[in-house]
Design a protein around this ligand. Structure first.
Ligand code: 2PG
Ligand code: MG
Length: 417
């Protein structure tokens, strides 16, 4: 079967925030693939540029006029060659000419088209017969920080992680129950709670940063007892959005507190110990590798994960590896641009004992490719919310994959260390 690329079709579509984004179809002689790009709100400074200066329309035009003619005739099976060609066409180090989201949509649509040309599902094509491990869903239940409005917790995300579940379906069931319980508790706790949710489908409530820990801890414990397996939780502090460079401290506006780096370290360490947190993302701002290393050294049984710190970038990850900064890394393909670049980062992470956490963006579409990436590359965690269409698209796709694999499916090897 031949996977020669015949054409690329690009269009402007919208994400769950109603923002313009790009969607690409890759058509091969015997197959077809389609992908659309997500967008972050709290972006790392080292992320690639999303679009050329004139936005999505300019990106669509570049695909039609420059990229489609270049890629036509290449073999979609050779992902690295396709991705390399995208780098060459762009010519910059951060995709500022064609756009990282343009590269993302082409790269993923190409992988999908190659799989489809061979009559395979994407995870099978990318991961082969060994691709049978299901990730644990890390699901946002309470939004704060840049993802919320009004008075809400300073911490960006409070995330359920049902790491005792024996199947993916069980794990998703747990997260939906935790999400619901959290909503019920917020209703009781906050007079102004009106059931509002963030882009990611997590609740937005006028409660204190610390009270939110008690709410999700209780919900996880109750659901864990009901389902008879361990449901842990964690947070994404998204510290770069709290960091005040000039003053050299983290500003917790709603709490009315400031913490210098040492105080931030003690604060996070105490939270990990008090709530037995299983996961903490971006506890420090994106240039503070040293504090990541110190926290990783001083805590155990908790994944210390870098998102803005690493931006899915192998070079930045290598900087972290040298001093053991963290033990987990967020993988967002559109932070770096192409699938091949992201796979290189996943490989590097796994060779050095870092857990790759494949992740959605707060602005996302119903594209489900990251579900396949998690299985293909044995990522032990997928971070993609609990409810809301763009999240459910990915979770339901994983439920389908688990169903498809039948008794070959097993939960990933996740050590909370
Ligand atoms: C994050 C993400 C996703 P955004 O910080 O981890 O939850 O947010 O997509 O806005 O960068
Ligand atoms: Mg993050």
């Amino acid at each position: 079967m031949s996977s020669l690329i015949e054409d690329l079709i690009a269009r402007k579509v919208f994400n769950n925030r109603g923002e313009e984004t790009i969607e690409v179809d890759v058509i091969t002689t015997t197959g077809f693939g389609r992908a659309s790009a997500p967008a972050g709100k709290s972006r790392g400074k080292a992320e690639v540029a999303y679009y050329p200066q004139d936005g999505v329309d300019a990106a669509v035009k570049k695909i039609e006029e420059i990229i489609a003619p270049e890629l036509a005739g290449l073999n979609a099976d050779f992902q690295e060659e396709i991705d390399e060609t995208l780098h060459e066409i762009d010519g910059s180090s951060n995709f500022k000419n064609i756009g990282g989201n343009t590269a993302f949509a082409i790269s993923l649509a190409n992988a999908e088209a190659a799989a489809n040309s061979h009559g395979l599902l994407l995870f099978q094509f990318l991961g082969g017969n060994a691709a049978t491990s299901m990730p644990y869903p890390l699901g946002n239940c309470i939004s704060g920080g840049q993802h919320a409005r009004g008075k809400s917790p300073d911490i960006q995300e409070y995330l359920a992680l049902p790491h005792g579940a024996e199947t993916f379906l069980e794990a998703v069931t747990a997260n939906t129950k935790i999400h619901k319980k959290v909503g019920d508790a917020l209703k009781k706790k906050s007079g102004t709670f009106n059931g509002g949710k963030s882009d990611e489908g997590a609740w937005i409530a006028n409660i204190d940063t610390l009270d939110a820990f008690d709410v999700i801890a209780k919900a996880c414990e109750e659901v864990g007892n009901e389902l008879d397996f361990e449901c842990g939780f964690g947070v994404d502090i998204a510290s770069s959005s709290l960091w005040n460079e000039k003053e050299g401290n983290y500003v917790y506006t709603n709490e009315g507190t400031k913490r210098d780096t040492g105080e931030q370290l003690d604060f996070v360490k105490e939270l990990i110990e008090k709530y037995h947190l299983a996961y903490v993302e971006d506890p420090f701002h994106e240039e503070d590798f040293q504090s990541f290393a110190e926290l990783t050294r001083k805590t155990k049984n908790c994944l210390i994960c870098g998102d803005d710190l690493f931006t899915t970038n192998t070079e930045r990850l290598n900087n972290g590896i040298k001093i053991n900064a963290g033990n987990a890394i967020i993988i967002k393909v559109n932070q770096i641009g192409t699938l091949s670049d992201a796979v290189e980062t996943i490989d590097t992470a796994q060779r050095h004992g870092y857990d790759p956490v494949v992740s959605h963006r707060s602005g996302d579409t119903c594209d489900w490719h990251i579900a396949h990436l998690a299985v293909a590359y044995k990522c032990p965690i997928i971070k993609t919310g609990v409810v809301e269409g763009a999240r459910i698209a990915k979770l339901n796709e994983l439920i389908r994959i688990e169903h498809f694999l039948g008794n070959r499916a097993k939960m990933a090897d996740l050590k909370i260390r």
